[in-house]
Design a protein around this ligand. Sequence first.
Ligand SMILES: Cc1ncc(COP(=O)(O)O)c(C=O)c1O
Length: 469
Amino acid sequence: MTMWFPDPEKLKRPVYKTLQSLIINAIDAGDLRPGDRMPTHRDFAFKMNISVQTVSRTYDALCKLGYLVGEVGRGTFVRIRDASPEAAMPFLPTRQEELIDLSMLKPVTDSLHYEVMQQGLMELSKDLTRDLVKAFRPEEAFRDHAHVAAKWLNSHRMDADWQNVIFTNGAVPGLLSAVMSTAPAGSAICVEEVSFHILRPLCDYLGVRMHAAKMDEFGLLPEAFEELCSHQPIRALVISPTVCNPRAHVMPLERRQDLLDIARRYQVHIIENDVLGTLIKGAPPTLWQLDPERVFYITSFSKTIMPGLRAGLLIVPPEMSVIAKNRHLVTNWMANPLAVDLLTHWMEDGTVDRLISWQSNALQKRQKLAEKLFPGINYYSHKYAPHIWLPLPSTWQEGDFVAQARRHQVAIAGSLPFMMVDQSNEGDAIRLNAVRIALGPCSEERLTTALRVIASLLQAGAETPLPMF
Ligand SMILES: Cc1ncc(COP(=O)(O)O)c(C=O)c1O
């Protein structure tokens, strides 16, 4: 195997700093892969025409940063990233212009969204309520807004009482408040074995034990949920039954009812994360609709309207209202009043429904594009979903596939961050060989290019041209 070396021409002062960045970039780009052996200190120094001390200093710093590991007597290696929550973000931390970045789940946006926001802000400034500027008490400031939100929910067959509706700055704060309301530190919750990547670090930070239950192509298996509940007290089940991220299945009504039956028998609350659900025309009733006394319902408008609004709703069971409002107050105080005002204006004038419908149609078009460019390839998705979940053939290892796609300037997410842990199983995360491909983040033209790259990688298999000397 050829050893990787950076281009010596790229070294600038301070040399150890540039060398660090070159190695990190090579790891990020997949030129250096997990487990690869690094050149010895002497070889590196000789090849780059720098001192051995500079190489040692660089390697030491990268070991501390977690990019490399030194093994006594064996050498230095690119670290195989473990499944620790800190390493578990599926998307790239920064945008890189040359890349087609499908690693982050985003809605389709175009000039329409910019214009709607501009118009909305102008209107907001024209009849800005004085009380809103002075707002400090969420209950008082948002009373009228909560009535509007409840009316909007009612028009979607979600018969919520305004007093149980909490405005949030998106789904994540809703999730935080719901988990805190149901599961104190040290207690246990059940999650789908493949789920939203934020859940693992969230439970970790809150000291909540996570038990991952098995799924099939329709979502969580009721018998797996029941098995867990029968062995220990489970405080809550966190679940996305309608186009879950990342597997994109829609759970049938009967299974929703089975899960609710079990939850009632074992006194478990359900936290239904429905961030993508409103995009799905003709979906079965939400768990909340089936049992509003037991279910915390989370929705958000970041994926259905536009990310920049950062507004969402948490509907809480009536008897948990005070508990949830207290948790939300402590962690957030209140949602941003400007976003709430804009959102409720848009609920009243029909903009919310118009943009959601626009989004569903835009995604449906992209799903058709994926279908066309991936003929005969098996993947999971839904005609209105913003992503697809692609199990890889055994000829590909997920890490290699993601790295090869990056070499071709396409970023996608591997499965590891979405794997939840079952702590009754010694904390092991399950492993799947699959990737998530977001369809929304770029133009249709760039998406076509990226999907073609992915299709041709799948066709070519993992075999790459041998190095020639
Ligand atoms: C399942 C799920 N929940 C929550 C979120 C975050 O939503 P928000 O941006 O509204 O906090 C995402 C974002 O991708 C998601 O996929």
